[in-house]
Design a protein around this ligand. Structure first.
Ligand SMILES: CC(C)(COP(=O)(O)OP(=O)(O)OC[C@H]1O[C@@H](n2cnc3c(N)ncnc32)[C@H](O)[C@@H]1OP(=O)(O)O)[C@@H](O)C(=O)NCCC(=O)NCCS
Length: 171
């Protein structure tokens, strides 16, 4: 079964709140997403995403059979890094393990390289996040090194892994 990435719609708010109100997802992301995650939080996220600068923020809903299953975003960096962008993603837990994230990452990267001047997309999963590292490897990203003690999450000092995909090397 394939997934599709598309622009967010405000009507996604109920499904998004249901998907993201889950510590097993939030524990693998940066801080700043509220928990519990409510429909109001989801509505605020979608509306800010829709208003964001379209040259810098590329945020997509991930759907399968027309149902929201996750989120993926590519965010342009600043200053000398303006042709570099950071990738982030998650899926609702019941959709894990079916290849959806790998497909969504490939689709988002293709969109960015086909439609923008971005030349490098990177992601920094926590080093223990084997599933996410595997997704990036399957999507053609190269492991560039371990960022030691690069974050404190839930009171734990964590290593992160730097993965990147270059425009001329994309699958
Ligand atoms: C990471 C995440 C997006 C993966 O989504 P997914 O749709 O399950 O990923 P895929 O099915 O495309 O691929 C997962 C791969 O990891 C492997 N994997 C999963 N858990 C694993 C584990 N504990 N150890 C080793 N490999 C693992 C799977 O076997 C699969 O590889 P394979 O196809 O070679 O068998 C999903 O687990 C998620 O949303 N997690 C919470 C949020 C998160 O971590 N986001 C990324 C932040 S950097």
């Amino acid at each position: 079964m394939e997934c599709v990435i598309r622009r967010w719609k405000i009507e996604d708010k109920d499904d998004l709140a249901e998907l993201l109100n889950n510590k097993n997802i939030l524990n693998n992301l940066r801080d700043g997403i509220p928990y519990p995650y409510t429909v109001k939080d989801a509505e605020e996220f979608i509306s800010s995403t829709l208003k964001a600068d379209k040259t810098k923020t590329f945020a997509f809903a991930i759907t399968a059979e027309d149902k929201l299953i996750g989120s993926i975003g590519v965010f342009r960096c600043e200053n000398i890094h303006f042709q570099t962008a950071e990738l982030g993603y998650y899926l609702g837990e019941k959709y894990w393990g079916r290849g959806y994230a790998t497909s969504a990452v490939k689709q988002a990267c293709k969109y960015i390289f086909d439609n923008t001047d971005i030349i490098r997309i990177f992601a920094e999963p926590f080093a223990y996040n084997t599933a996410s590292c595997r997704v990036l490897e399957k999507a053609g990203f190269q492991f560039e090194g371990t960022l030691r003690s690069n974050a404190v999450k839930n009171g734990r000092v964590l290593d992160m892994k730097m993965y990147a995909l270059l425009k001329d090397k994309a699958l």
